[in-house]
Design a protein around this ligand. Structure first.
Ligand SMILES: NC(=O)c1ccc[n+]([C@@H]2O[C@H](COP(=O)([O-])OP(=O)(O)OC[C@H]3O[C@@H](n4cnc5c(N)ncnc54)[C@H](OP(=O)(O)O)[C@@H]3O)[C@@H](O)[C@H]2O)c1
Length: 361
């Protein structure tokens, strides 16, 4: 039996309240200050993962008690120390590789410091996340009848680990690219590396620039949403890879003419069981969880995706491992719900009948 661990953390106070109900009744600042002092703990076991090759794996979700903003607001040393402790807890349970989920993958140079301090190998899972984000985006664009080759793609969080790999991978497939981030120098550097592919590439430090895009991949490390209902062109596709999500819940309520998909949701092979809620329906995983599972199934107990640069060779390797073990995209999902064909057809109709209007606003 192969083994792995995967680090998770609460996305908001509601997540904390699922374990400690009282959290809903007290001041959020008090909750945050209690959360940050808690020790990491084993959240649940996940069993029944069975590759189509016949190999099996078991894993443990380890909770790292920090709310999203605390990963940036607290001293880096304190944050890294708790992440490393969580890895150690995973190792003691039996994990031979640990995936760093959500914001646990961001501090200390994208897992680099954690990998240096941890006694068990680490992966951020970002490589397979890139694969699934791209596959989902291409499928969603096709369902919305967007011609990829002439489309304008915006990437929000373009200078990040996942964002820059998506930009490089999709540069040859789209008409124009808008790279959006916070640091103009880093955006320009990224743009120069993509412009050599003879593409029209523009950079922007304003998220509002997504209004020009037919397709948006959003993957920032922001603790709160960054894309609001008025930001999206009618008929556009938005792939929200970020956790916590980048697209405001208001978009789901007020825009029936845009297709927002959850990026990186994968069907795990086997008959998966988990006794606690890890934020997804049974049998589904985020791309980063799936990468950790695949490395375990391969017996590849080594540091894998570490640091901010994702190699395109590893992207190809992950595609190959997903095929080999039977991991695939779990259809299109939006705000945690499965999208039916009828729902997508209705979005397309709404976009065609109200091409420039903002539906329901
Ligand atoms: N769905 C999945 O399976 C999956 C898997 C792994 C990760 N994730 C999520 O993906 C996201 C990005 O991960 P990553 O490893 O690529 O992170 P990263 O390397 O730190 O990149 C984050 C990017 O977001 C930008 N950013 C940060 N805060 C921002 C804000 N407040 N407003 C606008 N832009 C902001 C950063 O800009 P600067 O360069 O200016 O800092 C950077 O370009 C996270 O939400 C993570 O949880 C999802």
């Amino acid at each position: 039996m192969e083994t792995f661990g995967f680090l998770i953390h609460p996305m908001d106070i509601d997540d904390v309240a699922r374990k400690y109900r009282i959290a809903k009744k007290i001041n959020p600042k008090v909750v945050a200050s209690i959360v940050k002092r808690r020790r990491p703990l084993v959240w649940s076991e996940i069993t029944g993962i069975k590759s189509i090759t016949g190999k099996e794996a078991v894993g443990w979700f380890i909770a790292v008690p920090f709310l999203p903003h605390q990963f940036f607001d607290l001293e880096e040393e304190y944050v890294i120390e708790k992440i490393v402790k969580a890895c150690e807890i995973g190792r003691k349970e039996g994990a031979r590789i640990i995936g760093l989920g959500a914001f646990t993958a961001i501090p200390g140079g994208g897992g680099r410091m954690v990998s240096e301090l941890s006694s068990v190998p680490i992966t951020t899972g970002n490589t397979y996340t890139v694969v699934t984000a791209i596959e989902g985006t291409i499928e969603a664009a096709s369902r919305m009848q967007i011609n990829l080759a002439t489309s304008t793609l915006a990437i929000v969080g373009a200078t990040g680990s996942i964002g820059s790999a998506c930009a490089h991978s999709l540069a040859d497939k789209v008409g124009e690219i808008i790279l959006i981030g916070r640091d103009e120098d880093r955006l320009t550097k990224l743009s120069n590396s993509i412009s050599t592919k003879n593409k029209q590439v523009t950079v922007s430090t304003s998220v509002a620039s997504v209004r020009a895009a037919d397709i948006i991949i959003t993957v920032t490390g922001a603790a709160d949403s960054v894309i609001e209902p008025t930001d999206i062109k009618s008929g556009a596709v938005v792939c929200d890879v970020a956790r916590p999500r980048d697209v405001s819940e208001q978009v789901a309520k007020r825009r029936n003419d845009v297709l927002v998909i959850d990026g990186g949701i994968v069907k795990i092979p086997g008959n998966v069981r988990c006794d606690r809620d890890y934020g997804l329906p049974r049998g589904l995983a985020l791309g980063c969880m799936a990468e950790t599972m695949m490395l375990a199934l391969e017996g590849r107990y080594e540091n894998y995706t570490i640091g901010k640069d994702i190699s395109l060779e590893k992207v190809d390797e992950m595609k190959h491992l997903a095929d080999k073990h039977g991991f695939k995209l779990a259809g299109l999902r939006s705000f945690e719900k499965k999208l039916s064909d009828e729902h997508i057809a209705a979005i397309l109709r709404n976009a065609k009948t109200k091409p420039s209007a903002m539906a329901n606003s």
